[in-house]
Ligand binder design. Structure first.
Ligand code: TIU
Length: 220
């Protein structure tokens, strides 16, 4: 079923080969005291998309299509965190430092968990990733092959960092990528707008964008 409203041109959704990838909807990015705020950001705009992301996830579950969740986080001993990444952020609020939601961006800490409204169901794939892209140093590619997916709908945060990086990684690996434009957000509205524009430019150079309602209508 085609999504006629997709940009830059209709997206031919293959309901038997599409899966949803929800990027980093973690407390560390959405709640005060986490990694996102430690980088100097106002986290409130990101909280606003939670209901839309929940609707998108529910639609994929309803259709019996895979939902894959990612979490950006690091091993407790920081062995998977490059030194330059470690050195960024406000001193005392860097990766691995103690915060109100546990050690910042560390696997297993409360802040690294996905927000409760979007909690993965038992059996859904949850990938912990040390980078911005979800393919780097994770089994994502193997999981997509195992599931027989050729198309990915992407959602989550932040649009121009982990979502766009993952979308570019997937596009280079041959996946057709559709970004759910109202189920993603940035700390910088102008960066989100630019990301949507650059994805669609040059005849879908990175992929397509569409609204959650249109995606779910095509999936149903
Ligand atoms: N800082 C920022 O915009 N994003 C990140 O660091 N990670 C994700 O986007 N998940």
């Amino acid at each position: 079923m085609a999504i006629a409203s997709a940009l830059p041109f209709p997206f031919a959704l293959d309901t038997s080969r599409v899966g949803l990838v929800v990027i980093d909807m973690q407390r560390d990015f959405l709640e005060p005291g986490g990694f996102g705020e430690s980088l100097g950001n106002d986290v409130r705009p990101l909280q606003a998309i939670v209901p839309t992301v929940a609707t998108l996830i529910a639609g994929f579950r309803q259709a019996g299509r895979p939902v894959i969740h990612t979490r950006e986080c690091h091993a407790p001993d920081l062995s998977d965190c490059p030194q330059p990444k470690l050195a960024r952020g406000a001193p005392g609020m860097r990766i691995g430092d103690p915060g109100p939601m546990g050690r910042i961006l560390i696997r297993g800490e409360p802040g690294a968990e996905i927000v409760p409204e979007l909690a993965p169901l038992p059996g859904e794939i949850v990938l912990d990733k040390p980078g911005k892209g979800a393919f780097h140093a994770t089994p994502l590619q193997a999981e997509l092959r195992r599931l027989g997916l050729t198309q990915l709908v992407l959602a989550g945060v932040t649009t121009e960092v982990c979502v766009q990086t993952t979308m570019r990684e997937a596009n280079d690996r041959g996946y057709e990528c559709l970004l759910a434009q109202d189920a993603t957000e940035s700390y910088f509205p102008e960066f989100k707008a630019a990301t949507l524009a650059m994805i669609r430019a040059q005849g879908a150079i990175v992929g397509w964008t569409a609204g959650t309602d249109a995606i779910l209508e095509a999936l149903a």
